[in-house]
Design a protein around this ligand. Structure first.
Ligand SMILES: Cc1ncc(C[n+]2csc(CCOP(=O)(O)OP(=O)(O)O)c2C)c(N)n1
Length: 674
């Protein structure tokens, strides 16, 4: 290792961070300066990567979990030869630059995750590690080890304090993810204060007790850093590794180094002297020396050569294992043709008076047979969420090809881990819990939406129909919250989330298809606990209608007197009410199912008007907050929903008490039409 050169590179990386933060008068200096020596060893020595091909299958994945230190990764990506120019670095935090305030997936070559919300990156790294273990077990052969890499995450006190990280690190150890290395930038400082104000655990003892290999080093000693990484990489011992690197935050700016003032941009006013102090030529900005440029140019060539060697072995592997190669290719390209897959599913699948969670489980099992890279998991609720892949095996250290992930009671980590799997792009991940606990995963769902990750969330027990478990377990406001994400566009201008609440087996089948085809962001399947009778429409009508987000389930001759609108289990209740309205009041009634308002709003205006013409009063029924359907019912319409928590009682009792009956639909509609 060329220590002199790497120490110089570390100081030049510090200089880049100082200039970038100073130029835009914002951002965080503490981590890029404090962890610069770690960056030098990683990017200048230890990372198995090819800057010319940031998506190389066998690269080490580097995750800056502490995303606020984004100038760390931008600086090192630039220095090590990724397609991040000095001009890009100088445009830190400028609109539409590839160097946004916090790292964003898709925006910058070499950025593996969108990070910044602390702790998520640890969950993502665990997801990457799971994906890596699974891929290695699935694709490596005795003759060819095409996947032989590590996941390396850099995290601070903030990430490791977060609950999502605590869940994820326990999961990682329990599942023997020894391909995971967390480097803890342990600088004893957080944002407001010294870390001792908010934490007092012994990190080495804590992680050791959790089942990690933990080592504490001087995070400015290049040799110690390299030795720790080498040791961690070499130990295939069933344990994830944590390197607790003691560092001085904002090292290089003496006025703020080692204190909370060093965390953000507070040190920026001292940078002229600081740059001089670390040996950068006076008066220069965004300075990189010829020596450092030369070193990294050579290294880039060496890395490309190593990649080329690997390519040979990959080609030999592909020739020897055409089926595996085809599967890997299909998984990486992601061009899943759900239409073709669904031909394999018996037509009757999911039909009958079934709970949509049961139909969903049955459908998932059919799809799993056709899509070998589809995996799923549950937060200790497989028995209820029904998404267990029969004959798929359970993922564990001993069985890394198991397709069922036992996340434990760790919903938030489940979300972040599924995101990590999706970032890696080798497996299609889904995770399940009760709808009411979607709240526990929401920060990860938000990031999946922003980062356009194709994760499917399976949320069952979708209403007060949960019954006896009572208000703690009965979702009311959750659907409305999730549907807000349907209104939020991602950076490609598409709905950032696809929320589907099917009303029967046929709609559930179509919903799964839509979720699998949705490669542009996450999808949520909102499924019932209780049995629901099939809707009266033809299966083909239901399928085509679900694909449009909303459709007419039952119509009348001519212009309707009223349109009844709902999704999920409430559609069947509308049908009961409509029968009385027709028979007793001779009303012309149209019934509309709306599994996804977001999808419906994406249809042509003509289609939307053909379902909801705008000149007919609309009555909406929802077991959620009335606002869930108010947008579709319009100001002249009326939505009957729940505006309060539920109670513990059998669901039939609650349906009567709260008015989820055909008779109440009858009364409410007459009131609307008065
Ligand atoms: C979930 C979340 N909460 C709060 C913040 C705001 N925040 C950014 S950095 C930080 C402190 C992080 O401390 P540490 O990881 O020790 O970073 P360091 O001070 O070493 O840079 C906080 C609270 C955030 N980004 N994410």
């Amino acid at each position: 290792m060329n220590k002199v050169l790497l120490a110089q590179a570390a100081n030049e990386a510090r200089g880049l961070a100082m200039d970038a933060v100073h130029k835009c008068s914002s951002g965080h200096l503490g981590l890029p300066l404090g962890a610069a020596d770690i960056g030098a060893v990683l990017f200048g020595e230890s990372l198995q990567c090819d800057p010319a091909d940031p998506k190389w299958l066998n690269r080490d994945r580097f995750i800056l979990s502490a995303g606020h230190g984004s100038m760390f990764i931008y600086g090192w990506l630039h220095l090590s030869g990724y397609d991040v120019s000095i001009d890009d670095v100088s445009k830190f935090r400028v609109l539409h630059s590839i160097t946004p305030g916090h790292p964003e997936f898709h925006e910058t070559p070499g950025v593996e995750c969108t990070t910044g919300p602390l702790g998520q990156g640890i969950g993502n790294a665990v997801g990457y590690a799971l994906s890596g273990k699974m891929a290695a077990a699935k694709y490596n052969t005795a003759d060819h080890k095409i996947i032989d890499n590590h996941i390396i995450a850099l995290a601070g006190d903030g990430c490791l304090q977060e609950g999502v990280a605590r869940e994820a690190v326990a999961f990682a150890a329990h599942n023997g993810l020894d391909n995971l290395i967390v480097i803890f930038d342990s600088n004893d400082v957080t944002l407001d204060a010294m870390a001792k104000v908010t934490q007092s655990e012994d990190a080495q003892a804590l992680y050791t007790a959790l089942g990690w290999d933990a080592v504490t080093i001087d995070g400015h000693d290049l040799e110690a850093i390299k030795a720790a990484i080498d040791t961690a990489k070499a130990a295939d011992n069933g344990k994830p590794k944590i390197i607790i690197a003691k560092t001085v935050i904002a090292k290089g700016i003496p006025e703020v180094a080692g204190t909370a003032k060093g965390h953000g941009e507070g040190g920026a006013k001292f940078i002229d002297a600081a740059k001089k102090g670390i040996g950068l030529p006076e008066g220069t900005h965004f300075y990189v020396s010829d020596e450092v440029k030369g070193y990294f140019a050579d290294l880039k060539a060496k890395r490309a050569a190593a990649h080329a060697e690997w390519n040979k072995s990959f080609e030999a592997w592909s020739a020897a294992n055409p089926e595996k190669a085809a599967e890997l290719k299909a998984a990486r390209e992601g061009g899943l043709k759900a239409e073709d897959l669904l031909k394999l599913i018996p037509e009757t699948s999911g039909e009958g008076k079934a709970a949509t969670r049961n139909s969903g489980g049955e459908i998932l099992n059919h799809i799993a047979k056709a899509v070998p890279h589809l995996i799923t998991g549950s937060a200790d609720l497989f028995g209820s969420t029904k998404n267990y892949i029969k004959d798929g095996g359970d993922f564990s250290a001993a069985n890394p090809t198991g397709r069922n992930i036992w996340f434990g009671i760790r919903e938030h980590a489940m979300g972040a881990i599924c995101n990590g799997i999706a970032y890696d792009g080798l497996f299609l991940a889904s995770g399940a819990t009760f709808l009411v606990f979607a709240d526990y995963c929401r920060p990860s769902i938000r990031l999946a939406s922003l980062a356009k990750l194709p994760v499917t969330y399976i949320f069952t027990h979708d209403s007060v129909g949960v019954g006896e478990d009572g208000p703690t377990h009965q979702p009311v406001e959750q659907e409305a919250q999730i549907r807000l994400m349907e209104q939020l566009k991602n950076h490609s201008g598409r709905n950032s989330f696809l929320a589907l609440r099917p009303a029967d087996g046929a709609e559930t089948l179509e919903s799964w298809k839509l979720a699998l085809e949705n490669r542009h962001g996450p999808s949520g399947l909102i499924l019932s606990r209780q049995g629901i009778a099939d809707l009266p429409a033809e299966t083909t009508v239901k399928a085509a209608g679900t694909a449009k987000g909303s459709y007419i389930v039952e119509d009348c001759e001519g212009k309707p007197d009223v349109i009844l609108l709902a999704n999920g289990s409430e559609v069947a209740t509308l049908i009961a009410g409509a029968a009385r309205l027709r028979n007793e009041k001779n009303l012309k009634v149209r019934i509309v199912s709306v599994p996804s308002e977001g999808l419906f709003r994406s249809q042509t205006l003509k289609y939307q008007r053909s379902v909801l013409p705008g000149n007919v009063p609309v009555f909406g029924l929802t077991a959620g907050l009335p606002v869930t359907l108010q947008g579709l019912a319009g100001s002249r319409g009326r939505v009957f929903g729940l505006s309060h928590f539920g109670y513990s009682a059998p669901f039939k009792v609650l349906d009567e008490k709260f008015g989820f009956t055909g008779d109440n639909v009858f009364d409410q509609v007459l009131r609307l039409l008065k």
